[in-house]
Write a new protein. Sequence first.
Lengths: 328, 335
Amino acid sequence: MLDKGTTPILKVQNLKMYFPIYKGIMRRHVGNVMAVDDISFEINPGETLGLVGESGCGKSSAGRAILRLYDITGGSIQLEGIEISTMKGDALRRLRPEMQMIFQDPQASLNPRMTVGAIIAEPLNEHKNLTKAETQARVNELMDAVGLSRDFTKRFPHEFSGGQRQRIGIARALALNPKFIVCDEPIAALDVSIQAQVVNLLEELQERLGLTYLFISHDLSMVRHIADRVAVMYLGKIVELAGRDQLYDSPQHPYTQALLSAVPEPDPSVESTRQRILLEGDVPSPANPPKGCNFSTRCPRVMDICKIDVPEFKQLTDGRYVACHLME
Amino acid sequence: MPDGAVPILDVTDLKTVFKTRGGEVHAVNSVSFDLAPGELLGVVGESGSGKSVTMMSLIGLLPSPPAEIRAGSVMFEGRDILKMTADELRDIRGSRIGFVFQDPMTSLNPVFSVGFQIMEPLRKHMGLSKKQAKARAVELLELVGIPDPEPRLADYPHQFSGGMRQRVMIAIALACDPKVLIADEPTTALDVTIQAQILELVRELRHKLGMAIIWITHDLGVIAGIADRVMVMYGGQIVEQAPVRELFSNPRHPYTRALLETLPSVTGQRTEKLMTIEGQPPSLSAQPTSCPFKARCSKAMDICGTQNPSIFRLSGSHDVACFWDATTGKARDAG
């Protein structure tokens, strides 16, 4: 997956994020929601890795775990070679400027009582010792970068539209010159015509500032546009990870195939002739995943071994990674 | 609509206004359309384009105040729905006209069993006995593809997954054999693989049951796969309407054209840079005197600022509200 010679900016190995379930008056620990169950991948500098999957597959939990917004259950996360999976307190705090997040809902992630200027300045006040004038200059610079007028610094979030609010969120994420940004469904709450504006802005900033993105989304067509490589998650595990064109042109895992065939195409003549792989039933609960392969309960090509053994996530000859017994 | 067929629903010049503290919001402005029996009409538009409000207005589902229907008529089975009393409306809603909403969690009542909620319209509208209603409820759940329906009647909404809940909503909407089904973003809250299941179900059911469907969505992909005819709304108005293939292959309104260009796809050519529609949708605080899309339109001309274009009829049952002529690239002959 990597050219020898490039060092990945982020290296995730066997990451596990379990959320405990407690029951009864004694709050007994009765089980775990295995939101992220043993995933591994790397992201190179300047690259965008798309992380796709349906709701509940663990993609957002993975993003948050990587940024250490949670105490992870197991595995290792290396940011530029530094192990951050066990870091705590002050050490972790000093690392925060390096890695930032853009959230899905700009309405919920911006404090309604703070002005836009104060929202964007907050990370600066928290992590940097700047004078008032320097802070103001930096805020202005950031507002320019995301295409908001400087006159808006004194306004409050409710005075902005959804797309503009997302720009505020992006400006805040950029304030400390991060190297790595997790974009968690940044366009899901926006209208189509506004989505394209925000995606173009993210791409432009990436090019200009050399940013690295983990782009989490359920929108497969937008991920195809923005990502260099794509990882597909199902029930806490990555089932397939490949270069963008590889993945979209010839998906290997039966789940990836079904997922791609389910995306409606905005073209009636394509739609009328398309072969759909319809999956039966629903995703099992991550608290009680099936034995063997997690996809075995819905897989159209399920074999006996799939119900017994967990398929290994391994590299195929063409460089992509697939976790499926069909690939043996 | 194919010429000659008698429409089952005929909406003329509908105007809906919301009265708010900040003044009036003109959410729907002179919307006219019709629906042929058995037809699936797709309605697309962004949030605030008036697509949901239009459909809610025509079955009297908007709370008044703040909503007020200023003008228009909605002819259904020879009568004007807008002139009906509350009781008459209630008879029609849920029996002759069914609806399915976006979020199946909030539209099902969490404290009643699913069986009770399916049987309610059957007993109210069709006067079935408890036993008959139960038999019909089982039949309906089977129809919408819920496995092992009989024991599931006693289950509550939270015991169903999102896709299954939407199937229950569809079962309730279909309970009394409606002539028209209004579906407002019914698959938006669902995952793509579950959406594919529901779309397949609807394709199957509409032929089996022969009802007309109005399908509201912001997803042009869904529309492409399911609709017979498409209506594009912007700023509370219909800007374009045409049969589905005609609309996608030959879009005439600059908004529709831009919308189709901004969409990335999973199978077609991958574009390096996405086209965008700059700017924001219009505020609807006043009755528009100019074209609502003017500020964002790449083809805007002087006339667009002084007059709101009315509908131009083109060949191929294609309507467009725009002064710019896509075939000549110039202003349309107003005559």
